[in-house]
Design a protein around this ligand. Structure first.
Ligand code: SAM
Ligand code: SF4
Length: 476
């Protein structure tokens, strides 16, 4: 089916949405065919740590010349190296339940998929899954839920607490993030009190009419309820939120500006941007019904990540295992800050071995990177990255760490790199294969050498020794 813009009109005026589709298209129209100098000026502005406006971002979006696209990518690499260094934070998703009352045309869990195998993990299942994740070396999880009356705020809070309770050997989960349906203010308070990290809600598409076309039934049909969900989170005191767009539903250029507009809204209203931005790309799913016209090519995907890096330089960027290893490797250089590793998305699959390939009636979509956490870490080490499981800022109440990394001089040297080193050291001692451990210690040596100016190097070395002797959870 083709999506016909104009077929659906948003009539609900109760809540004033902050997205104006015409305004976004106008930015794109007004900046068409930018000259080289304009594009270079915008890149320079970003490298100068100035926040890009919607218009600046539209200039980058309209730079179609291959040479200019390369300059944008180089700008993103330079910004990443200048600001964030080599760290990549690792996490894993844990699907808790796939019952769903919505009918999203891109998702295998949609209510109209009668062949979907529905399952909700029991408390025992959760314990076993988390133990298996801990045995792999995971420290940070994102819990994922369909939208269903069973998965209300109390239930989500209950599962979060359950996850934190599980400790196996030296394993523990130190940060639990959430990807679930929008809640009301009371609901956000409830999950916040359970100790969540980030609450993610993806708008999927920022284009109101396209949104209507893709969401056929259930609560998720309400564009504004979803768009304003993280404002309710803020009202509830949840100041650690993640936004995202599902690329491939509508024009990628529009969605990039939608994400930037959403970020601007947060900054204007709450003085702090979203903690993270996600940019999942549509993957095959049972009953998938999307308009192929909006498919995002690998080249455009890499390009849009580089543009996002330059546009919102102090926001974490998350790249998931939806993408295959080669593309992840390529895109990571443009300033991605978090990736998942050792990912499994079928319910119960961290404990239950199966002999079949991915079965799309049991999973939300097809994943592109099913390597083990150890394999992902080994490749990161070979590519010069510093894998990190750090959760220090969140646990010390230093919220908005990406912002601080970006804006507080010396913050990365004082906290992020030493803490990344300490969490990697734990992983190498407890879980890594010998060859991975060898590469890991080399990277740690290199990173310590590069820490000139950090006045607690002796203390850092001392803590690494303490980890080797069996102590855990040491951080600055
Ligand atoms: N049910 C909750 C909701 O819709 O907000 C939780 C989200 S869902 C389990 C996680 C995200 O996966 C969705 O927000 C969507 O962006 C993404 N997703 C859904 N179908 C997908 C597909 N076929 N390929 C890639 N990502 C998909
Ligand atoms: Fe349900 Fe979320 Fe899938 Fe939509 S994307 S069908 S709300 S699980």
């Amino acid at each position: 089916m083709q999506f016909n813009p104009g077929q659906y009109k948003i009539r609900d005026e109760r809540m004033k949405p902050f997205i104006d589709a015409d305004e976004i298209w106008q930015y794109i129209a007004d900046t068409s065919n930018p000259d080289k100098q304009q594009v270079r000026d915008v890149i320079a502005q970003s490298l100068n740590k100035e926040r890009l406006s919607l218009r600046d971002t539209a200039i980058l979006i309209n730079a179609d010349d291959p040479g200019l696209i390369e300059e944008i990518k180089q700008g993103a690499r330079d910004l990443k190296n200048k600001v964030y260094g080599n760290r990549i934070v690792l996490f894993a998703p844990l699907y808790i339940g796939n019952k769903c009352t919505n009918d999203c045309k891109y998702c295998g869990f949609r209510t109209s998929n009668k062949y979907a195998v529905r399952r909700t993990l029991t408390d025992d299942d959760i314990v076993h899954e988390v133990e298996a994740l801990e045995d792999n070396g995971q420290k940070r999880l994102i819990l994922v839920y369909g939208e269903h009356p069973h998965y209300d705020a109390d239930y989500i809070a209950h599962t979060v607490k359950k996850v934190y309770e599980v400790k196996k050997g030296n394993g523990e989960i130190r940060r639990v993030n959430i990807n679930a349906a929008p809640l009301d203010i009371e609901g956000f308070k409830t999950v916040w009190e359970a100790g969540i990290g980030t609450y993610q809600v993806f708008q999927e598409t920022y284009h109101p009419e396209a949104y209507k076309w893709y969401h056929l039934g259930g609560k998720k049909t309400d564009y504004n309820w979803r768009l304003t969900s993280l404002d309710r989170a803020q009202e509830a005191g949840v100041d650690d939120v993640g936004i995202g767009a599902l690329f491939g539903l509508y024009d990628w250029r529009f969605e990039v500006l939608g994400l930037v507009r959403h970020t601007n809204h947060f900054e204007a209203c709450y003085n702090i941007g979203p903690h993270t931005i996600s940019f999942p790309r549509i993957k095959d799913a049972a009953d998938l019904d999307i308009d192929p016209k909006w498919e995002v090519s690998d080249d455009d995907f890499a390009r849009l990540v580089a543009i996002l890096r330059l546009a919102v330089p102090y926001t974490g960027l998350i790249l998931t295992a939806r993408e295959n290893p080669d593309l992840r490797k390529e895109v990571m250089q443009f300033g991605v800050s978090q990736i998942d590793g050792g990912t499994k998305i079928e319910l119960g699959s961290y404990t239950e071995t199966k002999n079949e390939d991915q079965n799309l009636n049991k999973e939300q979509f097809h994943i592109g990177d099913s390597r083990s956490l150890n394999d992902v870490i080994e490749e990161l080490l070979e590519d010069g990255y510093l894998p990190s499981f750090c959760t220090a800022c969140y646990r010390l109440g230093r919220t908005g760490e990406h912002f601080m990394e970006f804006s507080v001089p010396g913050f990365i040297k004082r906290y992020c790199t030493p803490n990344a080193i300490l969490t990697l050291a734990e992983y190498l001692v407890d879980y890594a294969r010998p060859e991975t451990a060898r590469k890991g210690w080399q990277v740690i040596d290199r990173e310590i050498k590069d820490l000139n100016g950090f006045n607690r190097i002796d203390e850092l070395r001392n803590r690494i020794e303490r980890i080797k002797q069996g102590e855990r959870d040491l951080y600055f």
